[in-house]
Write a new protein. Structure first.
Length: 211
C-alpha cells in the first residue's frame, strides 16, 4: 500500500508505481468516483492479470490517457467532433469510443476502444508516466464500487501488486459515453457526469443521438 495522501511524497510514489506497471504489475488507483484496477495497456502480463482477476479472460478494458495527444497513438480516424469533445471535457467524466489503430501491437485487440482522460490528479499523474493505461473497476463483479483502502482489504489484496491510497473517494456519477466510431455523427451511449446539454453545446450533431 502506497500512502499517496502526502503530496510531497506523492511524485516519487507515482514514479515507482508507474515503473511497476511497465514491468507488468497491476495496481488499484483512485479515479473520480471509485478505486480502479489499472495496468500498462501494452503489457500482456498486466492485461492478462487484470482480466483473470475479474474472472473473465475477455474482460473489456477501457484505456486512460494522460494527455489528449496520446489518443493519436491508439486510435485511428478520429473525427473533428471527438477532438472538440476532448478539448471541452477532458480531463473529466467523458468516455469516447474510437476506432483502434490497426497497426497496434498490444493485448487489447478489438475494433473499438473506450478512451478517457481521468480527472483525479493522482490517476492523471500515473497515466502520464505510464502512457496508455488499461482500466476496469477494482470491485468484484456484482459488488459495489470500492471507495477506500478499507473497502479493498478483504477482497483482492493478494492478487494486486500495489494500492495507491489517496484516501476515501465520494461516489459520484459514472462517465458519460459517446460513440465516435462514425465519422459523421456521434451517438450517446450512456448518460453520466457530462450532461447531454453540455455535450450538445459543443457537438450539436448529438441532438439526433440515441439514449
Amino acid at each position: 500500500m502506497l500512502d499517496c495522501t502526502d503530496l510531497a511524497a506523492r511524485p516519487k510514489l507515482v514514479s515507482s508505481a508507474a515503473a511497476a506497471l511497465r514491468r507488468g504489475d497491476i495496481a488499484v488507483a483512485p479515479d473520480e468516483n471509485m478505486y480502479t484496477l489499472v495496468c500498462d495497456a501494452f503489457s500482456q502480463r498486466g492485461v492478462d492479470s487484470a482480466r483473470e482477476l475479474k474472472g473473465n479472460s475477455k474482460q473489456p478494458l477501457s484505456v486512460l490517457v494522460g494527455r489528449p495527444v496520446a489518443v493519436d497513438g491508439v486510435a485511428a480516424n478520429i473525427p473533428k467532433y471527438a477532438r472538440d469533445l476532448m478539448a471541452a471535457f477532458w480531463p473529466g467524466p467523458l468516455t469516447i469510443l474510437l476506432r483502434q489503430q490497426p497497426s497496434l501491437v498490444w493485448p487489447l485487440r478489438a475494433p473499438g476502444l473506450a478512451v478517457r482522460m481521468p480527472l483525479h490528479p493522482l490517476m492523471l499523474e500515473l497515466t502520464r508516466e505510464v502512457g496508455p493505461t488499461a482500466a476496469t473497476s477494482a470491485s468484484p463483479p456484482g459488488s459495489p464500487p470500492i471507495s477506500s483502502h478499507s473497502d479493498f482489504e478483504d477482497l483482492l489484496t493478494d492478487e494486486v501488486d500495489l494500492f495507491l491510497d489517496a484516501g476515501p473517494i465520494s461516489s459520484g456519477e459514472r462517465s458519460t459515453v459517446v460513440d465516435a466510431t462514425d465519422g459523421n455523427a456521434p451517438v450517446l451511449k450512456r448518460t453520466g457526469g457530462v450532461t447531454v446539454e453540455a455535450l450538445a453545446e459543443v457537438c450539436p450533431e448529438l441532438g439526433q443521438a440515441n439514449n
